[in-house]
Write a protein that binds this ligand. Structure first.
Ligand code: PGA
Length: 251
């Protein structure tokens, strides 16, 4: 099974209008022959600038989060899936470890957002990953399974049909410490097996991205792993050269 390589950039809380426009222009100009499918996830206030700058480019845009409410209403500070879709997004990251750890999002809350993203016509990019402590105490598989199962239990395995999974070991995010290709492959294979146990067809086509200190230098080896279908890139997505360098690791 060959799955397309996807490289998504998560800018986190960084940027300005000028930076968003410049970076997007540089990425779009350099990505013309990219073999990877590229996604840019800027902060909400810059979505419009990124969407407009991209024009009819094949690069797509995603939100970094969305509200846990289906309908418009009195939810101060929140942005709904419908609004993201309205402004030109096709994707939404859900369950990033920073949302889980800093903003207290439980796996159940993440599963609700996952469903709402789909309902709004967005492809959810579901992040899962263990902390160093969990890995060192042998709980990695249990943690990944619980985070994934929360979504499957709420929406059924079929909901993974038009979704993207991202394995992001918390200890590798923004730390410069990358999972080795073998560690990534092992976790990705485990995640795919969990899905395959319920639906082998969906498991086969499900893109599983690796995230955590991906750089142009380590991307080729990571992306060469059987079950690694691209990357979710934080820090290195803020520099066109690095993001494009990572994208060029797609075969
Ligand atoms: P990083 O972040 O590439 O800066 O480690 C990855 C992420 O949080 O998605």
């Amino acid at each position: 099974m060959t799955r397309p390589t996807i490289v998504a950039g998560n800018w986190k809380m960084n940027g300005s209008v000028a930076m968003a426009e410049n970076l997007t222009e540089e990425i779009a100009a350099g990505a013309k022959d990219s073999k990877a499918k590229l996604i840019i996830c800027p902060p909400f206030p810059y979505l419009d600038a990124v969407v407009r700058t991209l024009g009819d480019s094949e690069i797509h845009v995603g939100g970094q989060n969305l509200a846990d409410q289906p309908d418009a209403g009195a939810y101060t500070g929140e942005v709904s899936g419908a609004m993201l879709r309205d402004i030109g997004c096709w994707y939404a990251i859900v369950g990033h470890s920073e949302r889980r750890s800093l903003y207290g999002e439980s796996s159940e809350a993440v599963a609700i957002k996952f469903g709402l993203a789909r309902d709004a016509g967005l492809v959810p990019i579901l992040c899962v990953g263990e902390t160093l402590e969990q890995r060192e105490s042998g709980q990695m598989e249990a943690v990944l399974k619980a985070q994934l199962t929360a979504v499957i239990d709420m929406h059924g395995v079929d909901a993974l049909q038009d979704a993207i999974l991202a394995y992001e070991p918390v200890w590798a995010i923004g730390t410069g410490k990358t999972a080795s290709p073998e560690q990534a492959q092992q976790a990705h294979a485990f995640l795919r097996e969990q899905v395959a146990a319920q639906n082998a067809t969906i498991a086969n086509v499900l893109p599983i991205l690796y995230g955590g200190s991906v750089k142009p230098g380590n991307a080729p080896e990571l992306f060469a792993q059987t079950d690694v279908d691209g990357g979710l890139i934080g820090g290195a997505s803020l520099k066109a050269e690095d993001f494009l360098g990572i994208a060029s690791a797609a075969s």
